[in-house]
Design a protein around this ligand. Sequence first.
Ligand code: PLP
Length: 421
Amino acid sequence: MTPYAQLSKQDLQKLYDNCKEKYNRYKAQGLKLDMSRGKPGADQLDLSMGLLCALNPEDYLSEDGTDCRNYGGVDGIIEMKKMFADLLDVRTDEVFVGGNASLSLMYESVIAFCLTDFMTAGEKSKRKFLCPAPGYDRHFSISEHLEIEMIPIPMTPQGPDMAEIKKHITDPAVAGIWCVPVFSNPQGVVYSDEVIKEMAALKPVAADFRILWDNAYVIHSFEGEPPQTANILRECEKQGAYDMPLVFTSFSKISFPGAGVSAMAASPANLAKMRAHMIVQTIGPDKINQLRHVRFFKDLEGIRSHMKKHGSILRRKFNVVLDALTTELEGKEIGSWISPKGGYFVSFDAMPGCAKRTVALCAEAGLIMTTAGATYPYGNDPDDSNIRIAPSFPDVGQLEQAMELFCVAVELAALEKILEH
Ligand code: PLP
């Protein structure tokens, strides 16, 4: 395949005409396809239906005798803490169990750890967060909503660019960093142990600086075993910075998004602060759901074997996406992509200046993609290049159709740009 940059104007015009005709044929079909959000497919949700009958009417006591039907236990029941401790490889007294959404725990943590004391001290200036990008749009939404200024940090194949991070943490207004260390959203990058250790050794000027370590995809590999990465909590403890990391995860993509269980792992001092913060807004989380999860999954081995089933469903769908990209686009040099080994996304980089147009062309023909730019703070992708592909929700047939259309849109947008149409 000859790169498009090496083709004559005449050849490019021919390609453009073909591509436009193909695109119009898709447009005429009135398709309704969606590859915008990382939602599990119905076949994945089916895997957890046993949860709904995991408890019988006599089964409502936790192992320490807590009646799970009643108020209380703001940080969760003991067996759920143990399960999360195993999942995150931390101690049980380092776990706070939350409601269904880890995002809520992150939101509350930013308020509790990075804003409350700062505001009480009468500080008027804005706080800032470092945002490795491309990254997770909802992290950026939390920052924006709480009026925290966002500083984009470039990503490398090993994790965020540590030299850039070190430049910024000399500013006392810089209060934290968002990290997705395993199968990052959207690139599927797994942080290297070197990056994790360097992160733990950071010496930020802001004494209350926190690393928000969103380990949403800790066990979500669809090729091989889940990655064994260095443990941020232990590494920070070794560095005398035990209070710096706040680790998050949830069962959203293990059982049911919306009816799973979330958790935060951190130093006991941080957990005490979190308990004091959370008790004001809730007398306790849904302990029945926690008990149900413990009964259904039993232990880490139970979660592992369940995740293998998710993995084989997802592997098939990711292969559809990656095969389409290879067949339709490889060698043309109008886009590049990363093949992940887990997580929920494929990160695609269109030719600079083409992401918004590609996503608009998809939308016009009935395919909804994540908004171009959403993977950057303030929705501002400086190259207008990154597009997040979420293969999990459509079925394989829809996915094949969606990817054919996506590749035509990528090509059409690139040819328009090259030919200055
Ligand atoms: N963190 C990351 C990196 C995600 O990609 C997602 C969902 O896509 C979430 C968190 C959401 O987690 P939860 O459902 O626990 O709020």
